[in-house]
Design a protein around this ligand. Sequence first.
Ligand code: FPP
Length: 253
Amino acid sequence: MKLAFKKKSADAAGQVDFSRLPRHIAIILDGNGRWAQKRGLPRTAGHKVGAETFRSIATYCRDIGIEYLTVYAFSTENWKRPREEVDTIMVLLKKYLLEAIDTMERDNVRLSFMGDLSVLSGELRELADRCNDISARLTGCLCSICINYGGRAEIVHAAQTFAEECRTGLVKPEDLTEEGFARYLYSAGIPSPELLIRPGGEQRLSNFLLWQCAYAEFYFTNVLWPDFSKEELHRAIAAYQKRNRRFGGVKQE
Ligand code: FPP
């Protein structure tokens, strides 16, 4: 499939085979604070631009036919940040969801959420519910925003739900399979990401999608999230397409 691109992004786009894209891309949104500090701005200015970057990357993923995009926006550990920063992130989230409610249908981008949302304000939870309801009528890229999310907490939550179903006699421990367990995770029904991208220069998973990334290809870049562009996405996809995915087997000739 050939797509037209502006000259600036032509090189990396030229290396992407758009007929062989990953179905699911996961991204750790990192580097917002440093992006702002480099410009002498408060860290929260970086989160504001970071939310806009998410909007444009999500729309672009829909354009090229990526089926699932999952982003790590706020971890279970991020509550340790200064109160003002946490409050600003929540305000940005509210603003984002309010705008999404008005534009999702037009844009055909679905929004859903992963994580323990019970600690969020009633208003944010209600907005998240409205996004879920609208998404149920749409078909475009499913963008999952991870909020108050931790990979270990997700697995513990799944295990507790399964144990409770065992206790009530609904299921039996010996019948549990890997596929069956995945249905208890927040990501139930969503295939595992083939490509995990981490901007911001760090090379770690930081408790993100621990179960789901078992066979993901990792792409790390020093680009800070607010500067992340289509061009950088093309680089990540091109790098992924050059990898030899063996899943523990041997190379297919
Ligand atoms: C990581 O950068 C970013 C966050 C912890 C917050 C991300 C939240 C948003 C962009 C707002 C709303 C999100 C969406 C998807 C609508 P960092 O602050 O850890 O950066 P640093 O490593 O440079 O300090």
